[in-house]
Design a protein around this ligand. Structure first.
Ligand code: ADP
Length: 863
């Protein structure tokens, strides 16, 4: 059966059970034949309905399109005006068959059928009773089927009354929240006694979905139906309450917005009256233009404009005004999009780097490689270089040269001594006088978003209860994070990814691991005397000439004079002190020129003292001759490497060991280890087994004013102790460094490059160093490696074999004689004195053959 009805649910009205309440629509319905209505089964035309379920006592006005539906209605009008309206299961279906209709429908009486001007028909139906559809008797031209009236059981009164009251209460609440339901509806409901009819009435008023209405139609037990209606009302109430809440909130927002608008307008009027308005408006207009001109990212610009709106609404004298104003000034002052264009000319870059710095090949290569890669892949990452080395070796100034080579701006900030995280990341705006952190302050001075940024003294970061600045720096440096660096003050992300960070440090070991991980470390070990001379000739002297206003016609400094300044007036791995001393010489000459002297000043080696005063620094020199109980070690200081002498004296006593020279804990422990090693090798060393019971040992490191620590003097102390005990001389031209273990193994130590340079400077011939430190020799200049014999050692026995002379009767000190087992026989060589690998031949210095008295030091302790 193809029937098409269009009925809007709004066209539906519900009526209660009493005939007088049907109103004027009810008058359209005529009484139905009693015989047909009360029969058990009877046949009626079927009217399939879409999007509507007609409940009993409900009046519905519908449009009828389909001829078959029209046929059914006309048939009903022609007979007893009764028809069965039944809902379709699928609303979109055009031609529903018996299986597409619900099994229970409503017997309705047809009120009237009106033909409209557009040729459609409107029919008015009133629901009467629930009927179950049975066998179909015909399908065309309209459907007709047997129907049975559904009987509704009689409800139990107490339960029903409770349900009725609950339903009425819920209905009352629904009416309050739902504008569609009127008070009138409540009054009607109040007057319906029969629970089934009440459920039908409320169901029809609520207009729940079709499925729910059909469910109500099919629920024959009145209390169950009423209970279901209550559930539907509760769910509806939840939705209505939420809807109301949202509406309230929206309304509140709108009210507040309007209120703010009116207040602003009033404020403007007041300011206009006070004459403040024009100046403030001009200022904020200017600020707005600057914000828009800054080309910030969308979010940041939004934020800035929002703050500006706030500012405009504030009186200029309000304390908050200056806070917002300063914030906006910061936003406007930072470089957001401004970038310099990198100069990719590699030759120019190389020339620039060479023009300012001598040597430093690895750093220069790295910068040129970076430029080459950037040229080929313009969007590549910017590296984070860390230059590590002693002061004055050109780390910071190299950063400046890099910026010049790339054509970028240069900025620098020192983070040494920073303890507070807020110094890096800024204070929140709630603090009085809050400011962005140092990183963004420096970016402001850079005025471009891609400067070369030198972070000095990264190894001197500290941390305490105020947070860990290293963690904040991590965010600055980490390429994964720094594209959105968050400063506490700024509160909007700032992109640091274009910045070329160059970090400088004196000691790599002090840099927090997480930071060290992210950077590419290039070590600058310090310069040899030769390199310093070149730097002075090519860079320092010309620069100091300019600084002191002299011309080369006025002064000439001889190379030997410069060497003397290097050796006797400076104590450093870099060249800062050297530059200062050369400056000192220039100043003296400048004064004389200013006083009218005309002839050229020639600074010779001999005249250096006349310009700079007496010698300032005395290097620890190599010993003048081979001695017993004196060994030369190598130490690392912040100013580079240095020679240290270890003196050991044996005196009669009871086995005490004295350690002097301001030794730190580590050094004391390595002296103990050396001592234990010597005792364990007493037999091999031809010492009496109980030698330590009869004498005291005194180990001393001269330079008692300077605290010393570290494990690297271990083998030197052991060599000096063995020498003192056995009376074998230590070769004066052999310097050594290495940690000793109890079993006599030699372990690697730090600062090897600097130590080797110091040994070379002091004129040593041989340096013994732990085999595992061989890798550190890459950085040592070739000329040093040519002139020094660098011998890797694994065990203390090798050290003794290389550093100590064989036993010689004329050199044995008395103290040694006291302890050696067989003092008058030359001791045999200790076992396996040479390393497994054949060592390069060591030219031993010619031993002076003059018969000299016993060792000076040995005499000093003779009883
Ligand atoms: P650092 O940062 O390592 O302490 P600086 O970069 O401040 O050292 O350098 C100190 C001075 O030494 C600067 O004037 C610098 O020009 C000069 N200098 C250092 N190394 C060299 C070098 N290889 N060539 C030329 N000048 C140098």
């Amino acid at each position: 059966m193809d029937s098409r009805h269009r009925s809007t649910r709004r066209a539906l009205t519900a009526l209660d059970g009493s005939p007088q309440d049907v109103g004027k629509d009810a008058s359209r319905f005529q009484s139905v034949g009693v015989a047909e209505r009360h029969g058990a089964d009877f046949a009626l035309p079927i009217l399939p309905v879409r999007e509507l379920v007609i409940l009993p006592n409900m009046v519905a006005n519908m449009v009828v399109y389909q001829p078959s539906a029209l046929g059914a209605v006309k048939e009903a009008l022609a007979r007893n005006r009764l028809i069965v309206a039944v809902a379709q299961r699928h609303q979109e279906q055009d031609d529903p068959g018996p299986q597409d209709l619900y099994p229970i429908g409503t017997e309705c009486s047809v009120g009237r059928l009106l033909r409209m001007p557009d040729d459609t028909h409107h029919v008015l139906l009133q629901g009467q009773r629930r009927v179950r559809i049975g066998a179909w008797m015909q399908h065309a031209p309209f459907g007709r089927a047997q129907v049975t009236v559904c009987e509704e059981p009689e409800p139990r009164s107490s339960q029903v009354e409770a349900l009725r009251r609950a339903a009425l209460k819920l209905l009352e609440r629904c009416i309050k929240l739902n504008d569609r339901l009127t008070e009138d509806c409540y009054i009607k409901a109040l007057n319906i006694e029969w629970p089934g009819a009440l459920a039908d009435f409320i169901g029809a008023e609520l207009q729940p979905p079709i499925e729910v209405l059909q469910e109500l139609l099919e629920l024959l037990d009145p209390p169950t139906r009423l209970r279901r209606v209550c559930q539907v009302m509760s769910a509806e109430l939840d939705v209505l309450e939420l809807e109301h809440k949202i509406q309230d909130e929206v309304q509140h927002e709108v009210d507040r917005g309007q209120q703010e608008y009116y207040l602003r307008e009033q404020l403007k009027a007041i300011q206009r009256e006070l004459g403040e308005h024009d100046a403030t408006m001009r200022e904020s207009q200017e600020l707005r233009e600057r914000i828009l001109a800054r080309r910030m990212s969308g979010d940041v610009e939004q934020r800035a404009l929002k703050e500006l709106d706030r500012l405009e609404g504030m009186p200029a004298l309000a304390p908050e005004y200056s806070v917002v104003r300063t914030y906006l000034d910061w936003l406007v002052a930072l470089p957001w999009q401004e970038r310099t264009v990198d100069n990719f000319d590699l030759r120019h870059a190389e020339e620039t780097l060479n023009a300012h710095h001598f040597g430093l090949g690895r750093v220069k290569d790295r910068v040129l490689e970076y430029l080459a890669i950037r040229k080929l892949a313009p969007l590549g990452r910017t590296p984070i270089l860390c230059l590590s080395g002693p002061p004055g070796v050109g780390k910071t100034s190299l950063g400046r040269s890099i910026s010049e080579a790339l054509g970028r701006k240069f900025v620098r900030v020192s983070v040494g001594g920073i303890r507070d995280e807020a110094e890096i990341r800024g204070h929140r705006r709630t603090y009085v006088g809050a400011m962005p952190g140092r990183i963004l302050q420096t970016m402001k001075t850079a005025q471009t978003a891609n400067p070369v940024f030198v972070l000095d003294e990264i190894d001197k970061l500290a941390s305490d209860f105020r947070g860990d600045p290293a963690a904040a720096l991590l965010e600055v440096l980490d390429p994964e994070q720094n594209c959105a660096f968050s400063d506490h003050y700024l509160e909007v992300p700032y992109d640091l990814s274009g910045v070329f960070f160059v970090l400088t440090a004196n000691l790599l070991a002090n840099i927090p691991d997480a930071l060290r991980d992210r950077m590419e470390v290039i070590e600058i070990p310090g310069y040899t005397e030769e390199e310093k001379l070149h730097i002075a000739q090519q860079f320092l002297v010309p620069r100091q000439l300019v600084d002191s206003g002299l011309s080369p016609a006025r002064i000439e400094i001889e190379d030997r004079a410069i060497r003397r300044i290097i050796r006797d007036y400076t104590f450093e791995a870099g060249v800062r002190g050297l530059e200062r001393e050369i400056g000192g010489v220039m100043r003296k000459v400048a004064r004389r020129v200013a006083e009218g002297r005309r002839h050229k000043a020639l600074v010779t080696e001999a005249r250096v003292a006349a310009y700079l005063g007496p010698q300032k620094h005395f290097h620890t020199e190599a010993e003048e001759r081979d001695e017993v109980g004196v060994a030369t070690g190598l130490a690392w200081t912040a100013a580079g490497g240095e020679l240290t002498t270890v003196e050991v004296m044996v005196v009669p006593g009871k086995g005490a060991v004295a350690l002097t020279g301001q030794l730190g804990e580590v050094m004391k422990e390595s002296a103990q280890a050396a001592m234990t090693y010597v005792r364990s090798r007493a037999t091999d060393l031809e010492l009496a087994p109980d030698f330590y019971e009869r004498q005291d040992l005194h180990v001393h490191l001269p330079g008692g004013g300077i605290p010393k620590d570290g494990p690297s003097a271990g083998i030197t102390m052991a060599a000096a102790i063995v020498s003192a005990l056995t009376g074998r001389q230590v070769r004066r031209d052999v310097a050594m460094t290495g940690e000793i273990t109890l079993r006599g193994r030699v372990l690697p130590v730090g600062g090897v490059k600097e130590k080797v340079l110091a040994a070379h400077r002091a004129g040593m011939k041989t340096v013994l160093l732990p085999r595992r430190n061989l890798k550190d020799l890459d950085e040592v200049p070739a000329e040093v490696k040519d002139e020094l014999q660098l011998v890797p050692v694994d065990a203390m026995d090798e050290v003794l074999g290389l550093a100590l002379h064989p036993w010689r009767a004329d050199c044995v000190g008395e103290a040694a004689a006291l302890v050696t087992h067989r003092p008058l026989h030359p001791p045999r060589l200790i076992a396996d004195p040479l390393p497994a690998k054949p060592l390069p031949a060591m030219p031993l210095p010619a031993m002076p053959r003059v018969a000299r008295p016993r060792s000076r030091r040995a005499i000093a302790v003779a009883p």
